[in-house]
Ligand binder design. Structure first.
Ligand code: NAD
Ligand code: ZN
Ligand code: ZN
Length: 345
């Protein structure tokens, strides 16, 4: 089969790789129908994630059809259409019982990280019963690919951790696929305002289409001044979806007393945690790795068209254009890319 293989920092190849086979009785072998690329794949390719070694097939998002299941798989059979979760988990250990699937004692593996991933014609899914979700054969597969990772990330680590509630003023810093997923799912909870903050004007324009009530470009405007003028004492919830100290600082500046800062971005270096000014405002700060414990709920919201995450797709490719898809995704500002879809055939 063909697969996108990480060949060491800066190197990748779309090449022949051995087709995966069942290893454990709880495994399923899934033919990938559609996949996509995540910012994390670009971090891995740069060599920023040393745990990922040369030879690894990348990708942790996708939908597919079950080709084969192990003897201990109860919920799926050959021919079933499935959504693949970016996190594989046993469903039985102490952490899984708390729905902290990312910390599963026999998994918590992000596909395309410590095990081979979904940017391939076929993928092995460990603990299939807990790591796959059934979808109807005629489902909107492109929309559902957004549920493997970015929608649950935005919802769980941004919106739920930030405790967004009706009437809140919410600020989201970062209008990439993750920040946009925060924007789409925050609207479930009826905030009064959602302010999107980003330095990329075309992303800010998209954010308006997806429901942002206001946008601010910090490269051109003083964010704190604007928010102070408009809100009296700041925003109720500030969600960081970039992963750099500057944007975490914006959240610390604009939060009101009693507010929540929900950090979603993955920070390569330490942020300046300004406890000296946060303690007196009774601020709650949260952070975390997506657990994908709201995927079933999100599936229902897509099926009922409450949200349409296919809005995030800007480019479409076939599997044999995988390298071209990477080129376009890696040059997001130039190509105006949000999410790409790569289809098998
Ligand atoms: P992205 O790079 O596509 O988007 C980041 C956005 O930040 C861009 O639109 C960019 O224009 C904007 N930006 C950059 N510098 C800025 C600045 N100084 N001020 C304002 N905006 C600025 O990234 P993404 O794929 O949307 O992911 C966002 C973050 O979420 C990343 O750090 C990623 O690693 C993280 N993430 C976390 C989890 C989790 O489980 N917590 C899961 C997936 C991704
Ligand atoms: Zn991802
Ligand atoms: Zn577990």
């Amino acid at each position: 089969m063909k697969a996108l293989v990480y060949m060491g920092p800066g190197k990748k190849e779309w090449k022949d790789a051995p087709k995966p086979i069942l290893v454990d009785p709880t495994d399923a072998i899934v033919k990938v129908l559609k996949t996509t690329i995540c910012g994390t794949d670009l971090h891995i390719l740069k060599g920023d994630v040393p745990a990922v070694t040369a030879g690894r097939i990348l990708g942790h998002e996708g939908v597919g059809i079950v080709e084969e299941v192990g003897s201990a798989v109860n919920n799926f059979k050959k021919g079933d259409h499935v959504l693949i979760s970016c996190i594989t988990s046993c469903g039985k250990c102490e952490y899984c019982k708390k729905q902290m699937y990312a910390h599963c004692e026999d998994g918590g593996w992000i596909l395309g990280h410590l095990i081979d991933g979904t940017q391939a014609e076929v993928v092995r899914i460990p603990h299939a019963d807990n790591s796959l979700y059934p979808i109807p054969p005629k489902a909107n597969e492109e929309a559902l690919v957004m549920l493997s990772d970015i929608l649950p990330t935005g919802h769980e680590i941004g919106v739920l951790n930030g405790a967004v509630k009706p009437g809140d003023i919410v600020a989201i810093v970062g209008a990439g696929p993750v920040g946009m997923s925060v924007l789409l799912t925050a609207q479930f909870y009826s905030p009064a305002q959602i302010i999107m903050i980003d330095t990329d004007e075309s992303r800010l324009e998209l954010a308006k289409k997806f429901g942002a009530t206001q946008t601010i470009n910090p490269a051109k405007n003083d964010v704190l001044k604007i928010i102070t003028e408009q809100t009296k004492d700041g925003v109720d919830v500030a969600i960081e979806a970039v992963g750099i100290p500057e944007t975490f600082n914006i959240c610390q500046d604009i939060i009101r007393p009693g507010g929540h800062i929900a950090n979603v971005g993955v920070h390569g270096k330490s942020v300046d945690l300004q406890l000296q000014k946060l303690w007196i405002k009774n601020i709650t700060i949260t952070t975390g790795l997506v657990n994908t414990n709201t995927t079933s709920m999100l599936l229902k919201t897509v099926e009922s068209k409450k949200i349409q995450p296919e809005q995030l797709i800007t480019h479409r490719f076939t599997f044999d254009q995988m390298l071209e898809a990477y080129e376009v995704f890696s040059n997001a500002a130039r190509e105006k890319t949000m999410k790409v879809i790569i289809s098998n055939g």
